[in-house]
Design a protein. Structure first.
Length: 406
């Protein structure tokens, strides 16, 4: 299956895609992320009988055989600057979501949806006025960590390494998961030392992140969106823009300190010595150099923080990565170089949805949470179908869905 295509492409049709049982949002500075669970009332629960999540949980209590609820965790993104697209999508599923909530709270017209990120505060009035939705706010860092912990424990092959064009999935030992460094690359970058469920500390960060790449890229090229800028970087040659060690040392390595001739000595440094205007440079070369600069910087700072706390595992998440091979390879090379091979960069299949997933799991109003957190159920069921995250940022396609059997 093409990872950029989803079996649920297009706006969700509630009549075709099952009941929207729970939804959560993570509204960041650049992107708004949604996670929502759909299940078909006709799906098999221990046979052929349809059953709601509440009934499935009730049936499984005190029983050695766990009930099975088949459904889908759906993931979708929108540009925050086009928040109206997000509102229109939620409006299209509002009746289903609202109907489910009102069944649990008779007489209540307000719909509460878990949300995190700065946009949960910025757009709270807009959601209430346009959709009648109360955004029930959760702490952003809490959600990032909770989402990462859940996905690493529940999703088979959630984590992987990527270097030299080779992707290798990693088996995560749940008993030896902590501590680790979580690097969340959104508009800016947060680096979080995670020591257990609910036990974490934000130890560092940098303002040079995805927003920097997108913002400078928009100024320096004619790209109109993030994906276009990423695609352009594929075609570029950063050596036209960047000053390399070989440029300084006459094409040779600086082997005494371990620098090859192709190591970047100064990002954008070659521009200084060229008598050219910006229009004389190719947009794809600028995009490539910009992506290389930011990815290298994030990789280096991440390793230095891991070294500071003696952490060997560094998990990278956030929509800056976008499963982009060149981005992942650059981060991996930086971590490998600075650690002298002792540390590895680990990436996540659901990289951009950690906060939204954490907000989703924070809800105490739904029995679904008990099903998803029940390890015995997971052991008896097929794993979530992991997938590469890729899709349209304009909100007219759904990102690849994951199938739960819980």
């Amino acid at each position: 299956m093409d990872p950029r295509k989803s079996e649920n492409e297009g706006n969700l049709d509630p009549d075709q895609s099952g009941l929207i049982y729970q939804m959560a949002l993570d509204i960041g500075g650049s992107l708004a992320k949604l996670v929502y669970f759909t299940y078909d009332e006709d799906c098999a629960i221990e046979g052929k009988d349809g059953m709601s999540p509440e009934k499935a949980v009730a049936k499984s209590k005190g029983s050695k055989s766990c009930a099975v609820l088949r459904g889908k965790l759906n993931f979708k993104i929108f540009e925050t600057s086009k928040i109206n697209d997000c509102l229109e999508f939620i409006k299209s599923v509002k009746l289903r979501l609202g109907g489910c909530q009102r069944q649990e709270n008779p007489g209540s017209q307000a719909i509460a949806v878990k949300a995190t990120g700065g946009g949960a505060y910025k757009y709270t009035d807009l959601f209430k006025e346009r959709l009648g939705i109360n955004l029930d706010k959760e702490d952003e860092m809490d959600c990032l960590v909770a989402g990462a912990n859940f996905l690493l424990k529940a999703v088979h092959q959630e984590a992987y390494t990527y270097m030299g064009g080779q992707k290798q999935f990693m088996d995560v030992d749940h008993n030896d998961l902590y501590p680790y460094l979580l690097v969340s690359i959104g508009s800016g970058v947060s680096m979080i030392k995670v020591e257990g469920d609910g036990k974490f500390e934000r130890v560092s960060g940098t303002s040079i992140g995805g927003g920097t790449f997108w913002g400078l890229g928009k100024l320096l090229t004619k790209c109109k969106n993030f994906d276009e800028l990423l695609e352009l970087s594929y075609q570029g040659n950063n050596r036209v823009i960047d000053m390399l060690v070989g440029d300084i040392y006459g094409g040779t390595d600086y082997s005494k300190i371990g620098l090859s001739s192709t190591t970047i000595a100064s990002s954008f440094g070659k521009v200084i010595s060229n008598d050219k205007e910006i229009e004389d440079y190719k947009a794809e070369d600028i995009a490539r150099s910009l992506l290389r600069m930011i990815s290298n910087n994030i990789g280096q700072i991440s390793y230095l923080n891991a070294l500071r706390f003696g952490l060997k595992r560094i998990f990278f998440g956030g929509f800056f990565i976008r499963s982009h091979p060149f981005t992942m390879d650059t981060i991996s090379v930086a971590v490998n170089f600075w650690s002298k091979g002792e540390a590895k960069a680990l990436f996540l299949q659901h990289e951009g949805f950690l906060g939204a997933m954490g907000a989703f799991m924070s809800s105490d109003q739904h029995e679904l949470k008990k099903l998803l957190e029940n390890k015995a159920v997971h052991q008896q069921a097929s794993s979530i179908k992991a997938c590469a995250i890729a899709g349209d940022l304009h909100g007219d396609e759904s990102i690849e869905c994951c199938v739960y059997s819980v």
